[in-house]
Design a protein around this ligand. Sequence first.
Ligand code: 13P
Ligand code: SF4
Length: 349
Amino acid sequence: AASDPDLVERARKAKAALGERVFVLGHHYQRDEVIQFADVTGDSFKLAQQAAARPEAEFIVFCGVHFMAESADILTGPGQRVVLPDLAAGCSMADMATFDQVEECWEALEEAGLADDVVPVTYMNSSADIKAFCGRHGGVVCTSSNAKRALEWAFEQGKQVLFLPDQHLGRNTAVLEMGMSLEDCVLWNPHRPNDMGKVAGAKMILWKGHCSVHGRFTAESVDDVRARIPGVNVLVHPECRHDVVLKADYVGSTEYIIKTLQAAPAGSSWAIGTELNLVKRLAQMFPDKSVSFLDKTVCYCSTMNRIDLPHLVWALESLALGETVNQITVEADTAHWAKVALDRMLALP
Ligand code: 13P
Ligand code: SF4
């Protein structure tokens, strides 16, 4: 649907009034009505880099989800304020690993005499205190665009990796990109006692978390689309289940997905396994290619979608009137250690 012209005008005016004082970042899963006001769009790695790219901007308006805004707060200067237009824009995957659960897991690894050789690696999709946990324990953050390099780094530091909180990104990277076997991976279930014998024998200890949006794609979705569209290229995000990624032709982050479509020949057909706002945008961006959604059912990320034009207008107009709303601030000690883990990621070769 086209955006409300009155709201578009109000957003434009408020942004113009703020000028260089505001820098708007937009994740690729954001609605079109929001993305049109982003100064920079990107995947979570690019947005983490970009957050620090405009040190003179007083306000960073983050159109994305809570963990991204937290990371932006950690990576920006003390005089900069990060605003999330709707505080309810969380991430169900990030919520699957709480600090207390991760501490309990670590204590169990310590009791089993394993912790000294375990390096914690957390996906960007995690709260700041989980990133800080990784910073304190010699670990690193990764995103879907550098998971392999982060894991290679981690295996130079220790014998085992505790991978948080997305089991699928962990397994897909270990098995499909690094030559490990499924037996090298063991699941850590925070709600059940774990078999420490099995945990001791694994290279990858995978936290039992997942993305419910990408979890909708199944191996049958891939078989169906191949039957429906002869010659189709299947391109999926690594948050998809292992059996889906195994059947796909290409796998990568949202930025990789866009670049792959950009480079594809005219007339080629693509089925994309990721969030629907991005897939719809790809179809508009590349009318010379046939772009379809991998599954038949609708699949938006409901929390990404919480950032809509009314919320963006409210945030920008409030800032223009001198009121900072929905500021995201990470407590100093947590921010310090989370930054240690984030900086290790940003320094990966
Ligand atoms: P990327 O944009 O880094 O590929 O991540 C996708 C995602 O799920 C963000 O929540
Ligand atoms: Fe979280 Fe999945 Fe939404 Fe990404 S798509 S923000 S991982 S729930």
